[in-house]
Design a protein around this ligand. Structure first.
Ligand code: GLN
Length: 453
C-alpha cells in the first residue's frame, strides 16, 4: 500500500471513531483540509494529532470553549503546530476542554461536558478532558493539551493514558492562549510512551517567539531501550496516603514495592508546603488570568455585544462572553491584585511560591525522581462538583505543586479500580530532566506491575 493510501485509511478510521464517540471529546475535525499528497517525513511521520481548542492552528477556529471566542479563527500557527507539521505529524481535529482551561472536569464548556470513556456518567477530568478521552477511545495517536495546574495529568489519570507536563520553558507557549503565563505549559497525551517521547523531542526547544522558552539544547534522542531505573526515588508518607482513595493508595504501594525489589533507594519525603499549595496556586493563577483575559473585551478580541455606549460595550461583551467560573476567577484575580490586598494576598503567594520552588530543588539533591499520586480520588460524577468550586479546586492537590515549582511530571497509567476505573500515578523530575521520566516510564511499561484492562 502506498503511504498516502495508508494515511487515507487511517484518516477514515479517525472519522469513523469520531462519529461513534459518545464522550463529546472532539469538537471539530479537519480531515477534509489534510493534503494527502504532501510528502511527510520525520519523527512523527503519519502520526495523528488532536489539539486542545486553546492552541492556535492557522485558519481554524480557536474558541477556548468560550462564548466570547465562538467566531474567532486563528491567523497563525502555534510553534508546536509548526513543529508537528515539520516532523510529518497530521493534525486531525480539535478537542473539547474547560473554558480558557479553567477547571478540573471539562464541564465548563460551550460544547457541553466531556464524558469519561470508561463510564459515561463520570467526568473525564480537566481541563484537557477532550484530549484525554479521545486518546483513551483510540481516536488519535497523540493529543496536545495545556497544563497550568494539572490539566494534562489529571485527565490522563482519569482516562488511563500517559500525560506529560514538561518543565516550564521546555516547550514554546507561542500560540497557546494564556491562562496563567508563569504556570502554563503545553503537554502531551498518548497511550504509547514512545509516541509521547517522540512528540516531546519534536516540539521542545528554544523558540524566539517565546522569551520564556529555555535555551536548552533539544533533548538528545536517547534510545528508550537504554532506559535505566533511577538510583533513588522520593515517596510520600502514610499520613498522606491514608487520606486518599484506598485503591489509588494500593497501586501506589504496589509500585513502591516493585522499585524496592529492583534495589532503587526509597526515601520518604514530605511534600513541601503541601497544605499551602492550593491557596498559593489559585491566588497567583487568578491574578495572572485576570490580566491575561482583559484582552477579550469586544474591541481587541471577542464577540462584541450590542451596546448603547462604550462602557455598555465592555460590560455586556464580558458579561455575555464569559461563564461563571471564568468571571469568578477574573474578579478574584482583580481583587488580590488591588491596592490594599496586593501585599496580603498576591505578594505573599509569590513568596510562598519561592519557598515551594526552593524546597523542591533541595529534594532533587536527595532523590532523582519523586513518586506522587496524580489524583486523590477516582473520576467523579458529572455535575458533582459544579456547585462547589473549592471541592473542584481540591482535586488538583497533587498536581499544582509541580506547576508552582516549574518542574516536570508524567502521569502513567497504573491499572484499574475494582469499579473498572483508571488510576494514575505521577513520576516527577527536576526541571529539564524529562529523560529520567521517559526512562522510568518505559521500564514500567515493559513490566506487568499493574493489571491491564
Ligand atoms: N484545574 C486547574 C485549574 O482549574 C488546572 C487547570 C489547568 O491546568 N489548565 O486551574
Amino acid at each position: 500500500m502506498n503511504p498516502s493510501n495508508s494515511l487515507e485509511q487511517k484518516l477514515l478510521g479517525v472519522k469513523e471513531k469520531i462519529s461513534v464517540s459518545k464522550t463529546n471529546s472532539v469538537v471539530r475535525n479537519r480531515i477534509k483540509s489534510i493534503d494527502l499528497k504532501k510528502p511527510r517525513t520525520g519523527l512523527l511521520k503519519n502520526k495523528t494529532f488532536l489539539i486542545k481548542d486553546n492552541i492556535a492552528i492557522k485558519d481554524e477556529y480557536l474558541t477556548c470553549a468560550s462564548n466570547i471566542l465562538q467566531n474567532y479563527k486563528s491567523p497563525f500557527n502555534a510553534t508546536v503546530i509548526e513543529r508537528i507539521n515539520d516532523e510529518g505529524g497530521v493534525i486531525v481535529g480539535q478537542t473539547n476542554c474547560d473554558e480558557f482551561a479553567m477547571g478540573s472536569s471539562s464541564e465548563f464548556s460551550i460544547y457541553g461536558s466531556v464524558k469519561n470513556p470508561f463510564n459515561l456518567s463520570l467526568v473525564a477530568g480537566g481541563s484537557s478532558g477532550g484530549s484525554a478521552a479521545a486518546i483513551a477511545e483510540g481516536i488519535s495517536d497523540i493529543a496536545l493539551g495545556s497544563d497550568t495546574g494539572g490539566s494534562v495529568r489529571q485527565p490522563a489519570a482519569f482516562c488511563g493514558i500517559y500525560g506529560l507536563k514538561p518543565s516550564y520553558g521546555r516547550v514554546s507557549r507561542y500560540g497557546l492562549v494564556a491562562h496563567a503565563s508563569s504556570f502554563d505549559t503545553i503537554g502531551i497525551m498518548s497511550k504509547s510512551i514512545k509516541d509521547v517521547y517522540s512528540t516531546f523531542c519534536a516540539i521542545s526547544g528554544k523558540d524566539i517567539k517565546d522569551s520564556t522558552s529555555y535555551d536548552a539544547d533539544k533533548p538528545s534522542i536517547f534510545n528508550l531501550e537504554d532506559s535505566r531505573l533511577p538510583k533513588s526515588i522520593g515517596i510520600i508518607n502514610d499520613n498522606i496516603l491514608n487520606q486518599i482513595n484506598v485503591e489509588i493508595a494500593e497501586k501506589y504501594r504496589l509500585l513502591v514495592d516493585y522499585l524496592k525489589l529492583k534495589k532503587v533507594q526509597i526515601i520518604e519525603i514530605d511534600l513541601p508546603y503541601f497544605e499551602h499549595c492550593i491557596a498559593a496556586y489559585y491566588v497567583l493563577t487568578m491574578a495572572e488570568a485576570s490580566s491575561n483575559l482583559s484582552r477579550f473585551d469586544g474591541v481587541r478580541y471577542g464577540n462584541r455585544a450590542n451596546n448603547e455606549n462604550l462602557s455598555d460595550l465592555y460590560i455586556k461583551t464580558r458579561s455575555d462572553g464569559f461563564s461563571d467560573e471564568v468571571k469568578r476567577r477574573i474578579m478574584t484575580g482583580t481583587y488580590v491584585l488591588s491596592s490594599g490586598y496586593y501585599d496580603a494576598y498576591f505578594s505573599k503567594a509569590l513568596k510562598v511560591r519561592r519557598l515551594i520552588k526552593n524546597s523542591y530543588s533541595d529534594l532533587f539533591n536527595k532523590c532523582e525522581n519523586l513518586l506522587i499520586p496524580t489524583t486523590p480520588e477516582l473520576p467523579f460524577k458529572l455535575k458533582n462538583n459544579l456547585e462547589d468550586p473549592l471541592k473542584m479546586y481540591l482535586s488538583d492537590i497533587f498536581t499544582v505543586p509541580i506547576n508552582l515549582a516549574g518542574i516536570a511530571a508524567l502521569n502513567i497509567p497504573a491499572g484499574f479500580s475494582s469499579s473498572n476505573l483508571p488510576i494514575g500515578i505521577q513520576l516527577v523530575s527536576n526541571s529539564f530532566k524529562e529523560e529520567t521520566l521517559f526512562s522510568l516510564a518505559h521500564i514500567l511499561s515493559e513490566e506487568e506491575i499493574f493489571d491491564t484492562n
